[in-house]
Design a protein around this ligand. Structure first.
Ligand code: AMP
Ligand code: GLY
Length: 422
């Protein structure tokens, strides 16, 4: 089969790496890809945002299946474009991507079908939002309704902060995504990510992981896309995962089917494990980044077969096998991220790091220039290790990280701390 993967980050490299091992694969293309993806796929210089060019390319190269990795493309309707042109693709559709595209929709759905989540209300004007925040007490969580590149959430510690956050969103601080906001209760607990795959009717569990969203050691500083992750996450016991399938995944997919929205694709559950059990923080309609970088090295079964089965509605009785090993990834980033950063510095030590036991390097913001690999992104590399447990994977990953450098690189040095503290 000819496969087209759309995207260019570390998640996409991990997916390309897994897809490239499929016995069903004839040729793997990636648009636009990066220097690491180019080692396992043919990269084509079409931006992920250019839907007409992606569809034209897929038609001209007789693509049998397209894998769309990022929320912006799914929420923007790229699945619908591919399918309308006769090209099978991993969803969800634009309509079903509302799962990630509207926080308010998801909160209403949770209320409708009894999914445990934070108490909330939706607002279109600041005065009533502020009054409601007062009734909840502080800290309170203020969220822009739509996609905001992972930034649309403010946890306000006081009334002053909460009022400021509400005004900021309605004044367009997060762009259009803030024309409607959600005000909700702050949930206390440990966060974890859990992934499942749906064909619209049938669902199978994938695996759990834990991300590190803050930029600094000890979980301080601004939120990022994720500075590292590991899988499995000890907080997500097998019993909790089974429960998550029963109380979140199956009811949600069934509700989407009843509404005629047929949710096909990956479900990413952001969970808060509170003292009263797991509660939903948010849903995403795709694999996580960097969570995919620790899921893929643990997957024993063929990823392509599973994703195709989801697309074709034949996931019933499908069973994915996972390695017992742990995987841990450390994000190496450019100084300044998640703010402004320099580009174009050559990266040294990649081969030495990659040759260490258990190490796989997934590239994020890299480019090949004149035979050199240079850093061109905020998140640049995912140094990923497997090991018999999180501790071994962590030691191996940091050994590899120590071999790699470029001008202005940085990383967190405590990825995995929650798992090791247990
Ligand atoms: P989201 O964009 O929905 O993932 O939110 C970003 C981060 O904000 C989450 O990963 C949580 O750490 C935090 N968060 C969001 N909602 C809540 C909540 N109701 N209670 C506590 N933390 C939250
Ligand atoms: N790691 C967080 C995300 O992919 O949304």
């Amino acid at each position: 089969m000819n496969i087209l993967l759309v995207g260019s980050g570390g998640r996409e490299h991990a997916l390309a790496w897994a897809l490239s091992a499929s016995p069903m694969l004839t040729k793997l293309y990636c648009a636009p890809g990066n220097a690491g993806i180019a080692e396992v796929a043919e990269c084509v210089p079409i931006p992920a945002t250019d839907f007409p060019a992606l569809v034209e390319f897929a038609k001209s190269r007789r693509i049998d299946f397209a894998v769309i990795a990022a929320d912006a493309q799914l929420v923007g309707g790229l699945w619908d474009r591919f399918e309308a042109a006769g090209i099978r693709a991993l969803g969800p559709s634009k309509a079903a991507a509302v799962l990630e595209g509207s926080k308010g929709f998801v909160k209403d759905l949770c209320a409708e079908i009894g999914i445990p989540t934070a108490a909330y209300r939706r607002f279109r004007d600041p005065a009533t939002a502020k009054a409601f925040a007062d009734t909840i007490g502080f800290p309170v969580v203020i969220k822009a309704d739509g996609l905001a590149a992972g930034k649309g959430v403010i946890i306000a510690a006081s009334k002053a902060e909460s009022d400021r956050a509400i005004d900021f969103m309605f004044e367009g601080g997060f762009g259009d995504s803030g024309h409607e906001i959600v005000v909700e209760e702050f949930m206390e607990g440990e966060e974890a990510s859990f992934f499942a795959l749906s064909d619209g009717k049938n669902v199978i569990p994938l695996a759990g992981a834990q991300d590190h969203k803050r930029v600094g050691d000890g979980d301080v500083g601004p939120n990022t896309g994720g500075m590292g992750a590991y899988s499995p996450a000890p907080v997500l016991t097998p019993a909790l995962e089974a429960r998550a399938m029963d109380i979140f995944v199956r009811p949600t997919v069934a509700a989407f089917a009843r509404k005629g929205l047929g949710y096909m694709g990956v479900l990413y559950l952001g969970l808060m494990i509170t003292k009263n059990g797991p509660k939903l923080v948010e849903y995403n309609c795709r694999f996580g980044d960097p969570e995919a970088q620790v899921l893929m090295p643990r997957l024993k079964s063929d990823l392509l077969t599973a994703l195709l089965a989801a697309r074709d509605g034949v996931l019933s009785d499908f069973d994915l096998r996972w390695k017992d090993e742990a995987a841990l990834t450390v994000v190496m980033a450019s100084k300044g991220y998640p703010g402004a950063y320099e580009k174009g510095h050559e990266i040294f030590g990649l081969d030495a790091a990659a040759s260490l036991p258990g190490i796989t390097l997934f590239h994020a913001g890299t480019e090949r220039r004149d035979g050199k690999i240079v850093a061109v992104g905020g998140r640049v590399l995912n140094v990923t290790a497997t090991g018999k447990d999180v501790a071994e994977a962590q030691a191996r990953a940091y050994d590899a990280v120590s071999r790699i450098h470029w001008n202005g690189s940085f990383h967190r040095s405590d990825i995995g701390w929650r798992a090791l503290k247990r």
